[in-house]
Write a protein that binds this ligand. Sequence first.
Ligand code: F3S
Length: 295
Amino acid sequence: MEIIIAKNAGFCFGVSKAVNLLFDLLENTNEKLYTVGPIIHNDQVVEKLKSKGVQVVNDISEVENDGQVVIRTHGVTPEVYEKINGSGLKYSDATCPYVKKIHNLVNEKYKEGYQIVIIGDKEHQEVKGINGWCDDTASIVYSEDDVKSMNADNKNICVVAQTTITKEKWETINNFLNKKFENILKFDTICSATSNRQNEAECVAKNVDAMVVIGGKNSSNTQKLYEICKKYCSKTYQIETSGDLPPMDIKNIKKIGITAGASTPDWVIKEVISKMEELNKANEMSFKEAFESSL
Ligand code: F3S
């Protein structure tokens, strides 16, 4: 069995920056560290940080006075910054710079009078955060019905994307918007790390007998990777850790592909590869080498 590992599997730039920031703080400060909501959508990383003392809280009011808050990668609303500043707490901002760029853009266009439209999942923290930068007035759309229910009187609309949606979703929703609105200002804010990863996963999925997508169950970009791979490879499995690997008929799988979401750490990917090596001892190829050469 040949194993093919999609390029750029695992931590993206924004996640890597956030996790490194927390580990640096853990080494260099004695203050108690808090994140409001999980720093990234990966339980293994959150648990590891927790074991080192980083607490996840739901609200700033739960943070002790001598603590320091780290703002999550997905970003937050201006109200959260106001609350932190109002309480006099120290904070470090781990918002991904690409998400921060969307906050600034949305805020600027909202002030210019545009109706902001976010193509994305209204329940996702990133989208909630972006919406806060236009006073929670954005139309959040993800389907044709969502577009249909928008107020057609809006003259000027400004469209942005949740960073992890697919290009296909961006184009489909924009086609619906084009039919309904005349003046549309569009900013394709899909993160290139996301689209590159999705393209690479698609290429691999088209050429394998089975595909394994590694990532958190609540990770939006991992879910999208799963959907893309499933479209081209019916035997696609989404797992969080090596322990979730399903029973596979390895003898009948000539090629197997692996990809991983942006918040999946290397150590989890390596564990999955090691488990596969155990399952496929007869294979001549070193999966670890394949993974390392793909980085
Ligand atoms: Fe940022 Fe893109 Fe990662 S938006 S958090 S670099 S997927």
